[in-house]
Design a protein around this ligand. Structure first.
Ligand code: NAD
Length: 383
C-alpha cells in the first residue's frame, strides 16, 4: 500500500503530517511512502530528508494518482478534494462536525475519510494518537512565550544591581491540555501563576504544577461528558463573571484556553474586566476564532491595544507557529493511528474496534460516523 504525505495548502499552515523520523515504523509495516514535493518546507524539513528516510518524493499529480492513503494535517481544500478518487483514504484533522458538507462530498466520491479529531480521548490506548492533545500542548506553550514577549516587564523575580523586578502575576483560564502546559511554561519562566476552571478536578492538577487554583465563593461544577466542560447556565455565568472580574483586575497577564465542545467559547474576560486591568497588562486569547473568543474584545488573528493600555493577542493556529515541534508530535499520532488500521501492509478497517469506529467518518460511499450522522439526521428527521 502506498501512503502519501500531502503538502498543506491552508493559509499560514506550516506543519506536515509526517516527519522523516516517523517513517521507519511505517516502512517496516510494509508501507511505501510518497511525499509531495515541498511538503516539509514549512517545517524546515527538506525533501532529501524524506528520501534519506526511505520515501519517494513525487509531484502533486503523482501523489494523488498513486497514493492509497493520503496523510495531511488540515482538511483538503477544493482543488485537492477534486483530485481524490474512490477507494482512496484521506487522514487528517478533518473537523467533520464543523464541515459536514465536505464529508458528504467525500462520501459521494467513495473516499474513506479518517479524522484524528474524532479519537475517543478518554481511552488510554488512544493517547498516543490524540492529535488534539499534542497540538493543544504546543499551543499552550507558545501562548505563554507570546505573552512573555508582549509583556513589557519580566516574568521572574529578578534581583540585580540596578534594582529588583517583581514577578509577573499570570492567570490561566481553562485548565485543559493547553492550560496545563501554559501553567508549567509560565512557572518555568518564573511567574506567579494562578488558574481557574469550572471542572473541580482540575484544581489538584493545577496545584501539582505550582499554580494557585482560584476558588470562587460561588462553587460551580460544570463537569460534562467525556472529561469536557458543559455550558454554564445564565445564573452561573453571572456569578462567575462578577468574581472573576476581581481576580482578573489584579493580573499582569491572562491566558485564556476555555472551550466547550460544539459551542461558542465562553466569554470569561468581559470588556469591563479589560478596562479594569492595569496599563501594560497582556491577554492572550487562545480560544479566539470566527466564533468569538474568551475575551469579549479579542479579534481573531489580530493583536489590539485598548485605550487603557492593555494588549490583547488572539493568535490563530498556534501549533503552525512552531511547525517542526508540532509536526513531530502530530506525525507520531498519525503513525500510530494508521498502524492501528493496517494489516499485512493494507488498510483493514475493523469497525468493531473503538478507535476505527470513532475516527472513520466516511467509507464505502456513505457517512459511517455515528456522531456525524446524528448531526446530519437529527432524531426523527430524514435529511
Ligand atoms: P477544551 O479545549 O475543551 O477546554 C479547555 C478547558 O476549558 C477545559 O478544562 C474546560 O473545563 C475549560 N472550560 C470550559 N468552560 C469554562 C468556563 N466557563 N470557565 C472556565 N473554564 C472553562 O479541553 P481539552 O484541553 O481538550 O481537554 C478536555 C478534557 O479531555 C480534559 O478533561 C482532559 O483532561 C481530557 N483529556 C483526557 C485524555 C485522556 O484521558 N487520555 C486525553 C486528553 C484530554
Amino acid at each position: 500500500m502506498k501512503v502519501g504525505v500531502a503538502r498543506e495548502s491552508a493559509a499560514g499552515e506550516r506543519r506536515v503530517a509526517l516527519v522523516p523520523e516517523a517513517l521507519g515504523k511505517l516502512t517496516a509495516a510494509g508501507l511505501a511512502i510518497l511525499v509531495e514535493t515541498g511538503a516539509g518546507d514549512g517545517a524546515a524539513i527538506p525533501d532529501q530528508a524524506y528520501v534519506d528516510a526511505g520515501a519517494k518524493v513525487v509531484s502533486t499529480d503523482e501523489l494523488y494518482a498513486d497514493s492509497d492513503v493520503i496523510l495531511r494535517v488540515q482538511k483538503p481544500a477544493g482543488a485537492e478534494v477534486s483530485k481524490l478518487r474512490g477507494g482512496q483514504a484521506v487522514v487528517g484533522l478533518l473537523q467533520p462536525l464543523l464541515d459536514p458538507a465536505l464529508m458528504q462530498t467525500l462520501a459521494a466520491a467513495g473516499v474513506t475519510a479518517v479524522s484524528l479529531d474524532a479519537i475517543p480521548r478518554t481511552l488510554s490506548r488512544a493517547q498516543t494518537m490524540d492529535a488534539l492533545s499534542s497540538q493543544a500542548n504546543v499551543a499552550g506553550y507558545k501562548a505563554v512565550l507570546i505573552a512573555a514577549t508582549t509583556y513589557g516587564r519580566y516574568f521572574p523575580l529578578l534581583t540585580t544591581a540596578a534594582g529588583t523586578a517583581k514577578p509577573a502575576n499570570v492567570l490561566i483560564l481553562g485548565i485543559g491540555v493547553a492550560g496545563l502546559q501554559a501553567i508549567g511554561t509560565a512557572r518555568r519562566l518564573g511567574a506567579v501563576v494562578s488558574a481557574y476552571d469550572v471542572r473541580p478536578e482540575t484544581a489538584e492538577q493545577a496545584e501539582s504544577l505550582g499554580a494557585k487554583f482560584v476558588r470562587l465563593r460561588t462553587s460551580i461544577d460544570a463537569t460534562g461528558a467525556g472529561g469536557y466542560a458543559r455550558e454554564l447556565s445564565a445564573e452561573e455565568r453571572t456569578s462567575q463573571q462578577a468574581e472573576l472580574n476581581e481576580v482578573i483586575a489584579s493580573q499582569d497577564v491572562v491566558i485564556t484556553t476555555a472551550q466547550v465542545p460544539g459551542r461558542k467559547p465562553p466569554v470569561l474576560v468581559t470588556g469591563d474586566a479589560v478596562r479594569a486591568m492595569r496599563p501594560g497588562s497582556v491577554i492572550v486569547d487562545m480560544a479566539a476564532s470566527a466564533l468569538g473568543g474568551n475575551c469579549e474584545l479579542s479579534q481573531a488573528g489580530r493583536t489590539i491595544a485598548t485605550d487603557n493600555g492593555v494588549t490583547i493577542v488572539s493568535p490563530e493556529n498556534l501549533p503552525a507557529s512552531m511547525p517542526t515541534g508540532a509536526s513531530q508530535f502530530y506525525a507520531r499520532n498519525i503513525q500510530v493511528l494508521l498502524l492501528n488500521m493496517v494489516k499485512d501492509g493494507n488498510l483493514n478497517l475493523d469497525f468493531e474496534e473503538e478507535v476505527t469506529r470513532a475516527t472513520v467518518i466516511t467509507h464505502g460511499g456513505a457517512v459511517v460516523s455515528e456522531a456525524l450522522n446524528k448531526v446530519l439526521q437529527p432524531a426523527g428527521g430524514n435529511a
